[in-house]
Write a protein that binds this ligand. Structure first.
Ligand SMILES: [Zn+2]
Length: 278
């Protein structure tokens, strides 16, 4: 290959890399993901926790909750959460929203990126309830899947309803805004998610892809994941272990539950027609 052509290709690749990096860094979410953030201090008592000025007390509470949240996720999702993550605790919901690139009116109170978890003060007073420990557990569930599968395989292989339902089931979250009763009524009334068996690249499905609001998707997803666990605890455990090992969602489901996902979903809907004890 002529030397000039090599130089041109190299220059082109450098320009592409620079533009790509600039686009990522221009996004708040990109900066947070790459840890290009300022104004956070490492908590003395726990080097995994970082806090914004004014959020030290909240950060200490997060630090106290961490061992319990890590144990829940590691036990339920078959492997330990890997070390090296950070938990960023923001001093205000406005600051949190700016760092994660969400409108300040968004009810999101925690988020997991590639390597880290971010927590809003809203987690400490959500709908009048202190949910910081469960919010932390929920986000660690997400972080765990990304750690073990990598972002690409997680996004390609794990359907959004299961990603959220698993985190909500593990953390006991998901029914704060849409109650279990409201979710069941919607499921009975054909206003419900569809149990797809893949993720979606480059962006995972959102609630609107299922024709639902986020709170409704969370509440319904948790109910279905709970149902799967109750159906066969051993199969559920083996299924989650297989997912973490990188097996494809649909085939792994059929393999470990001995029936396909669509059939189980239809029987779940039928079971809701019977009187339910909440
Ligand atoms: Zn979530």
């Amino acid at each position: 290959m002529p030397f000039k052509l090599v130089v041109r290709i190299f220059a082109f690749l450098v320009v592409v890399a620079v533009v790509f990096t600039a686009v990522i860094i221009a996004q708040p979410k990109g900066r947070a993901t790459l840890r290009i953030v300022s104004g956070f201090t490492q908590l003395k008592e726990d080097p995994r926790v970082y806090f914004e000025l004014g959020a030290e007390t909240l950060a200490k509470q997060i630090s106290h909750a961490l061992p319990g949240s890590l144990k829940i996720v590691s036990d339920l999702q078959s492997r330990p959460v890997k070390s090296g993550f950070r938990v960023y605790v923001c001093a205000s919901h406005q600051s949190f929203s700016q760092h994660i690139g969400q409108p300040v009116g968004s009810p999101v109170r925690g988020i997991a990126f590639l390597s880290d978890v971010w927590i809003s003060p809203k987690a400490f007073d959500f709908q009048g309830v202190d949910t910081h420990a469960s919010t932390l557990t929920h986000e660690l569930s997400h972080l765990h899947l990304v750690q073990h599968l990598g972002w690409f395989r997680k996004t390609k292989n794990i359907p959004a309803w299961f990603f959220e339902g698993l985190a909500d089931w593990a953390a006991g979250t998901g029914d704060e805004i849409v109650s279990r009763r409201q979710a069941i009524n919607a499921l009975k009334g054909d206003h419900h998610l569809f149990p797809d068996s893949t993720g979606r690249l480059p962006f995972p499905k959102g609630a609107s892809d299922y024709g639902l609001s986020w709170p409704m998707l969370h509440s319904q997803s948790r109910l279905f994941v709970e149902h799967l666990y109750a159906l066969d605890k051993a199969a559920f455990g083996n299924f989650v272990t297989a997912l973490i090992a990188g097996e494809r969602f649909g085939p792994a489901f059929s393999n470990y539950f001995g029936q396909n996902l669509t059939d189980v979903w239809h029987r779940f809907l039928l079971s809701l027609q019977e009187p339910v004890t909440l």
